[in-house]
Write a protein that binds this ligand. Structure first.
Ligand code: ZN
Ligand code: ZN
Length: 340
């Protein structure tokens, strides 16, 4: 089968012919029909994210149809439409015991990170990692649920925005669009911050109350004005550059929660007095639990969250998708659709 492979930090990805892995006991072979492209792949490519495993097939937002069921898996699952949960924890540690597989220190697999992922024609995973997809969600629209929506669900659970609170979504990409919609569904008031008019328009369409263009105005100042001087209760930092982190932290109000979702090579600096005097919290949110994925699928099925797909590409066109992502041209996800 064809697969887009990572070969180590700073090296280009390659579209290659590789053997697909036949399912062992408890596993299923999934024929991939849609695979979302995430900024994480750019972090692999640049070397910012280096997990020391290569070569490995990229992609952690895979959707497809179960083609082969391994021993011990219900034959009734053959032909089922599924979305992949990309973590496989040890299932024995204290984190796994409470469902926090994304924090497992002994991961057995992480598809698209340390295990072969979704930029391919097939993926082989344990049956429990292949989560059923309702008929109401088409494959291409489902792909961004895998990381984009699940990461938003997980971050929102950590930040706990409340009715009437001011929520800033700094960076309106795959995760940001989900966060805007979840904040609105909570009854919070939402401010989207970005640098692209097209992305900000989409955020407004999805329920943001105000859009702030950070290339035209100082985001923190504007957010202070919008909130009557109080600052934001929650800021989701989906960008993580020196400038965005400064503005995000500057926009944070009393008991504000600053949640890092995105990152870049830059480091975050804050004077502790700000955290002390205003009782602020700074935290990170990574990935999602299996339960978060079930909830994300349900939220999309019920129309609470809509995924945003900018374009579809073939596996052969993966490079143009990554380039568009890097240049900030995509409003929502680029989704790879293997042609056959
Ligand atoms: Zn574990
Ligand atoms: Zn991702």
């Amino acid at each position: 089968m064809k697969a887009v492979r990572y070969h180590g930090p700073g090296q280009p990805f390659g579209l290659e012919e590789v053997d697909r892995r036949e399912p062992e006991g408890g596993e299923v072979l999934v024929r991939i029909t849609a695979s979302g492209m995430c900024r994480t792949e750019l972090h692999f490519k640049s070397g910012l994210l280096d997990l020391g495993v290569a070569p490995v097939t990229m992609g952690h937002e895979a959707v497809g149809r179960i083609e082969v069921v391994g021993e011990g898996v219900s034959p009734g699952r053959a032909d089922e439409r599924v979305i992949i949960y990309y973590y496989l924890g040890c299932l024995e540690c204290a984190y796994c015991h409470v469902g926090d597989e994304h924090l497992c220190p002994n991961l057995r697999a992480e598809y698209g990170f340390i295990s072969d992922g979704g930029y391919a024609e097939y993926i082989t995973v344990p049956a429990r990692n292949a989560v059923p997809l309702p008929a109401a969600i088409p494959d291409i629209e489902a792909a961004p649920i895998g990381c984009g929506v699940t990461t938003a669900v997980h971050a929102a659970k950590l930040a706990e925005p409340e009715i009437g609170e001011w929520v800033v979504v700094y960076g309106v990409g795959g995760v940001g669009f989900g966060l805007v919609q979840l904040a609105r569904a909570t009854g919070a008031r939402t401010i989207a911050v970005g640098r692209s008019a097209a992305k900000l328009d989409k955020a407004l369409e999805l329920g943001a109350e105000v859009a702030v263009n950070a290339s035209e105005e100082t985001a923190a100042e504007r957010i202070r004005r919008i909130t009557g001087g109080a600052g934001a209760d929650v800021v989701y930092e989906c960008v993580g550059t020196e400038e965005s982190m400064k503005e995000a932290s500057g926009a944070l109000g009393r008991r504000g929660r600053l949640v890092f979702v995105g990152y870049s090579p830059d480091s975050f600096t804050v004077h502790p007095m700000q955290l002390v005097v205003f009782e602020q919290k700074v935290m990170g949110a990574v990935g999602a639990t299996l339960n978060d994925l079930y909830e994300a699928v349900d939220l999309v099925e019920r129309g609470v969250v809509r995924t945003v797909v900018d374009r579809t590409l073939t596996l052969e066109q993966f490079e143009s998708g990554l380039n568009a992502l890097e240049r900030g041209e995509l409003v929502g996800r680029a989704v790879l659709v293997p042609d056959r």
